[in-house]
Design a protein around this ligand. Structure first.
Ligand SMILES: O=C(O)CCC(=O)C(=O)O
Ligand SMILES: [Fe+2]
Length: 267
């Protein structure tokens, strides 16, 4: 965590967490939350009623406060407290969503991956302001970053495809012909990864469906120098364990209807 006073320019504060040598605008902060906070977040999400989870073929997914409408509108309602404290105040101190239209995330997608699961290369798309802040819980996983190629998949398309097509669906060519990543970012549990600017708009990202991440070293992993505990990966490999990611976003289009339905809006 930054040791600068809270009044300091926040972008300067984030500068020391910038991933060097990569296309700009990825920031990695190890130990963004404590082990006790991680435990409590995992307990909260495990206790979520099972009907909140959408089971996809490669992972499970939960949207808070709700999924977007087909027109990518969020029916605005507050995020649950377990997702906001202590994370949102830390975003505020770092200025993560300072320039976003709602100045704070209004939407969180939780992805849960078991060993061997992942997410196809995609871009997060235009429904959101171009910042995603990802808190990792539980296991370790490498995020592969790709240059954009023609016909990119958006976040929604990837979910729909995972739901409808399955692992060996009609899209096999795209999956088997997965391009080489141009960079790899190792996400430790309790870390925060911020993807913004051109990293958000000009690149794609995905997580390979494997049991062990391999070839881990200072050359291959873009954020090696920022890792909280690089010694853990000195063997060059890391076995996947169940990992949950909380991806905080600002949905651009919101509607008050949601808060009226849920009885939380102003009368
Ligand atoms: O789990 C992650 O770190 C990546 C998730 C992701 O790319 C997404 O939810 O759009
Ligand atoms: Fe994504």
């Amino acid at each position: 965590m930054c040791s600068v006073p809270e009044t300091e320019r926040l972008s300067e504060c984030l500068n020391s967490f910038r991933i060097q040598g990569l296309l700009p605008n990825f920031y990695y902060i190890p130990d963004f939350i404590t082990a006790a906070e991680e435990d409590s977040l995992l307990r909260s999400h495990i206790q979520i009623p099972s009907n909140r989870w959408v089971s996809l073929s490669h992972r499970r997914l939960q949207a808070h406060p709700s999924t977007l409408t087909p027109k990518n509108t969020l029916l605005a309602s507050p995020l649950p407290t377990w997702l906001t404290a202590p994370i949102i105040p830390r975003f505020e101190r770092l200025g993560v969503f300072e320039d976003a239209p709602h100045r704070s995330p209004n939407h969180v997608l939780a992805n849960e991956y078991r060993p061997g699961e992942g997410i196809m290369p995609h871009e997060d798309g235009g429904a959101y302001y171009p910042i995603v802040a990802t808190v990792s819980l539980g296991g370790v996983a490498v995020l592969d970053v790709y240059e954009k190629v023609g016909g990119n998949d958006s976040r929604e398309e990837v979910d729909a495809e995972d739901r409808d097509v399955g692992t060996t669906g009609t899209d096999g060519e795209k999956r088997n012909g997965r391009p080489m990543p141009c960079a790899r970012i190792l996400q430790e549990p309790r870390s925060l990864l911020i993807t913004t600017g051109t990293a958000y708009t000009d690149l794609m990202h995905g997580i390979a469906e494997i049991d062990v991440d391999e070839n881990l070293d200072s050359k291959a992993i873009a954020n090696w120098g920022l890792l909280g505990d690089a010694a853990k990966f000195e063997s060059g490999s890391s076995r996947r364990d169940t990992r949950t990611s909380l991806t905080y976003r600002d949905v651009l289009k919101t509607s008050k209807v949601g808060s009226r339905i849920l009885g939380t809006g102003k009368k």
